[in-house]
Design a binder for this molecule. Structure first.
Ligand SMILES: [Zn+2]
Ligand SMILES: [Zn+2]
Length: 270
């Protein structure tokens, strides 16, 4: 059954409305469609322009649940959210997520110590080699804390700081391994996010070598497009399935009501 969980509508930085995404999903025989608009409870108290205003969360949830009930006979619509991780923000995040009936929560690190890793290559170009190393180091430390928070079901775009092609020169294997261990210990699912194939780095998140490290730790995976428009909902899913099989995976995770079940990769992309 085709399923696509990491998707954005006009509630955050997507280009299409929820209704338009649902129409496309129905027309293309998706079995499950999940919405995961951005919620970023920035420490400044200001909502970034790419995230939903925090006072819109309730409206967002109601709209997804409404679509869910209207289309339930032809499409399973899942209630998700992509939530930004900030150090020390556990309580604030937990409080905002409240008692809503989430099907899954995606945790992301887009910004650390005031530096946004995925915004423009211009900010990376201004960094020295040591500063680039430091951003990557801090990223993996944040990723480990995100995993240990217990707030999330899925880790988004695991190696996002590679987006513009600025890689660390120092050895970060200790920090990477600690983060992956925390992801495994906390039963998180890692997504194979195909959007990276369309960014300057031209590689899905995570890289094949990182994915192998996930496989060694028995970390489950899901395939995501991180779509911001309807025709990207299933972008490169077959290519992603091939990468998963290449490192040994045979199953992908499915989500409902914050529980996970598994389906063979073959069934999930056909
Ligand atoms: Zn993201
Ligand atoms: Zn996203």
């Amino acid at each position: 059954m085709l399923a696509s969980y990491h998707n954005h509508s006009t509630y955050s930085d997507g280009k299409a409305t929820l209704a338009d995404l649902v129409t496309w999903a129905k027309e293309h025989q998706l079995g499950e469609f999940g919405l995961s608009d951005h919620l970023a409870l920035h420490p400044s108290g200001e909502d970034p322009e790419w995230a939903m205003p925090r006072d819109q969360l309730d409206t967002y949830v109601r709209d997804v649940l409404h679509q869910q009930s209207v289309h339930k006979d032809v499409l399973q619509i899942r209630l998700g959210l992509e939530v930004d991780w900030y150090e020390g923000a556990e309580d604030r995040i937990s409080q905002a997520l409240g008692e809503y009936p989430w099907d899954y929560l995606i945790g992301s690190v887009h910004e650390l110590d005031g530096f946004t890793v995925d915004h423009t290559s211009a900010v990376w170009k201004k960094l020295t080699t040591d500063q680039i190393d430091h951003v990557h180091l801090r990223y993996w430390q944040n990723m480990r804390a995100l995993a240990k928070s217990g707030l999330f079901d899925i880790v988004a775009h695991l190696d996002l700081p590679k987006k513009f092609g600025f890689f660390p020169e120092c050895d970060l294997s200790t920090e990477v391994n600690l983060a992956l261990d925390a992801i495994a210990e906390n039963n998180l699912v890692v997504e194979l996010n195909t959007a990276g194939w369309h960014k300057p780095v031209n590689d899905a998140y995570p890289s094949e070598s990182l994915l192998s490290k996930c496989f060694e730790r028995h970390i489950p995976v899901t395939i995501s497009a991180d779509a911001h428009q309807p025709d990207h909902l299933l972008r490169d899913f077959s290519r992603a399935a091939a990468r998963l099989r290449a490192v040994g995976y045979q199953q992908v995770a499915r989500f409902v009501d914050r529980t996970t079940w598994f389906e063979s990769i073959d069934e999930s992309v056909n």
